[in-house]
Design a protein around this ligand. Structure first.
Ligand code: ADP
Ligand code: F6P
Length: 324
């Protein structure tokens, strides 16, 4: 248990997210302040399996708070789903004296941590993903920066779409979740938002709404697609063809995943990193740090992974009224 914890490992895993650096910095410095040794593991579980492990001191995390991405780097490591790889990771942790591991990533990364917890390693998860789709928490590191970056990009598209009376479809990230699309939909006053949780794949209906908006005096239309609904350029071509209208497609892709973290992402990530260390120092382990109903809290990792989130039904319901 964590009263015996001397050495804490920290890694970032899955898609990088702005604010991850702030979380790593907080784990390192709060850990040192509490008398722990800290080891940084490069490239997520992939780097762990290759023993890319370095000792961290307070100066190792200088000048990273304000940077996007993750200086520890991140990677997807599908072979980590194999039990033999998890056993190998446990042996490597033992060899390097790591008796607790802080995993900063999405729910896939937490599943990896859960497997290691099942094999006796103390783990703490910190939610880091721009997708905002982790059920146990109202906040994930990187979401705030990503939606702000996407919002500014869509504002630019709206300027030119209105000058030329165009229809634009913009694809935002979010894997199978529509949070980024929905938030931008409200922030950018989008005429339509197509998200996997709701879209019925009726493209004629999408076209009819564009036409109706024009009849109602709207000179431009902004449609925001969550990437999870499928191939946006192909969809735009089909709608253009049936409606004989010109549609410009923009895929924001990594533009919204990189970039300088917002104040909220720096502060929340810092608090979550410090809380991860505090939990270990208090004797808690196999927890996920979360932000729920206005409080920083923590959940058992098994329970956290069972919790279902989902989009705000109310935000979705009001969206089209607000852009009428
Ligand atoms: P995220 O953490 O952002 O959800 P992924 O789903 O890609 O991103 O997961 C990141 C990594 O976590 C994977 O590449 C893999 O190494 C590990 N992982 C995901 N699911 C599992 C699992 N069921 N068991 C073990 N490791 C997993
Ligand atoms: O999970 C973050 C995310 O950016 C998702 O929104 C997206 O589906 C995915 O990662 C893309 O991952 P990559 O291009 O790194 O494989």
């Amino acid at each position: 248990m964590s009263s015996k914890i001397n050495t804490i490992g920290v890694l970032t895993s899955g898609g990088d997210a702005p604010g991850m650096n702030a979380a790593v910095r907080a784990v390192v410095r709060r850990g040192i302040a509490k008398g722990k040794l800290i080891k940084g593991i490069n490239r997520g579980y992939a780097g762990m399996l290759k023993e890319e492990i370095q000792d961290m001191d307070a100066r190792s995390v200088c000048n990273i708070l304000q940077r996007g991405g993750t200086f520890l780097e991140s990677e997807r490591c599908p072979e980590f789903e194999l039990e033999e790889m998890q056993d190998k990771a446990i042996d490597i942790c033992r060899k390097h004296g790591i008796d607790a591991l802080v995993v900063i990533g999405g729910d896939g990364s937490f599943r990896g941590a859960q497997k290691l917890a099942g094999k006796g390693l103390n783990v703490i998860g910190i939610p880091g993903t721009i997708d905002g789709d982790i059920g146990c928490t109202d906040y994930t590191i990187g979401f705030d920066t990503a939606v702000n970056t996407a919002m500014h990009a869509i504002d630019n598209i709206r300027d030119t779409a209105s000058s030329h009376e165009k229809c634009s479809i913009i694809e935002v990230m979010g894997r199978n979740a529509g949070h980024i699309a929905l938030w931008c939909g409200i922030a950018n006053g989008a005429e339509q938002v197509l998200i996997p949780e709701k879209f019925d794949y009726n493209e004629v209906k999408v076209l009819q709404k564009i036409v109706k908006n024009r009849e109602n005096g709207k000179k431009n239309n902004i449609i925001i697609n969550a990437e999870g609904i499928g191939d946006t350029p192909k969809m735009a071509k089909r709608i253009s063809a049936i409606g004989n209208i010109s549609i410009r497609t923009t895929i924001l892709s990594y533009i919204q995943r990189g970039g300088v973290p917002t104040c909220k992402d720096r502060v929340f990530a810092s608090v979550m990193g410090a809380k991860a260390v505090d939990l270990l120092c208090e004797g808690a382990c196999n927890r996920v740090v979360a932000y729920k109903d206005g409080q920083f809290v923590d959940f058992d990792i098994d329970e956290a992974l069972e919790m279902r989130g989902g989009i705000s039904e109310y935000m979705y319901e009001i969206l089209e009224d607000l852009s009428m």
